[in-house]
Design a protein around this ligand. Structure first.
Ligand code: G3P
Length: 217
């Protein structure tokens, strides 16, 4: 399973990259706004900065809603760097645009996916990735992990090449559950990735070993 970090923060991306376990980055308009990025030039430079840090795909989301503007914006984003994957919301215009991008050889990530039907359309349009939002489904008493599992199974059954990129990850448990149901990618905040390291018995064992090490000195 690939690990992507869900942030536009360059410092966090660098920290995750330095750990040697990072496979890519996902961003969205909220995450970009959080970094105070304003204007097309600054937005484009920020995506290039991210691409220069990470050795993997970088999802850059279109802001446009109608088909023609999505196409124009997506082409511009894809031209920034070979690592850019154009992120497109799962709407009628979005699915139409994803099909056009697929025909152009531009890679896409279909986002804001909350149902198997949406995931089916993303795959049929030729999306490179589909992003089911686990945490936001859980927030409304639905089952985000169950949707990831159903998408994985249906894609495997029909042989769709679209990768399942589990998003809106809120915890270590989400990451582990995505692993167990066969997600291709999980994208999460750095905190959830780092929390995978935490176990009290590791800390306890290290304290014992460090004490013994002093006796060896
Ligand atoms: O970036 C897409 C997704 O991961 C956002 O998740 O935490 O805003 O529900 P979240």
């Amino acid at each position: 399973m690939k690990f992507f970090i869900d942030t536009a923060n360059l410092e966090q991306i660098s920290q995750a990259e330095s750990m040697g376990i990072l496979d890519g980055v996902t961003t969205n308009p909220s995450l970009m706004a959080k970094e105070g990025v304003k204007g097309n030039k600054a937005i484009e430079q920020h995506y290039i900065d991210i691409c220069n840090i990470v050795d993997g795909d970088v999802s850059a989301e279109v802001l446009a809603d109608d088909y023609e503007d999505i196409i124009e914006e997506g082409k511009r984003l894809a031209a920034l760097h070979k690592k850019i994957v154009v992120k497109v919301p799962c709407t009628a215009n979005g699915i139409r645009a994803i099909k056009s991008f697929s025909d152009m050889g531009i890679r896409t990530n279909c986002t804001l996916v909350f149902s198997l039907g949406q995931a089916l359309l993303a795959a049929k349009a030729g999306a490179s990735y589909v992003s089911p939002f686990v945490g936001r489904l859980d927030d409304v008493s639905s089952n985000g992990i169950e949707l990831v599992s159903r998408i994985v199974n249906v894609y495997r059954y029909y042989g769709y090449q679209t990768q399942v990129l589990a998003a809106s990850i809120r915890s270590v448990q989400h990451i582990i559950q995505c692993l167990e149901v066969g997600a291709d990618v999980v994208t999460s905040p750095l905190s959830s990735i780092m929390a995978l390291l935490d176990h009290p018995l590791t800390e306890k064992g290290l304290a014992i070993f460090n004490k013994a090490a002093k006796e060896l000195a």
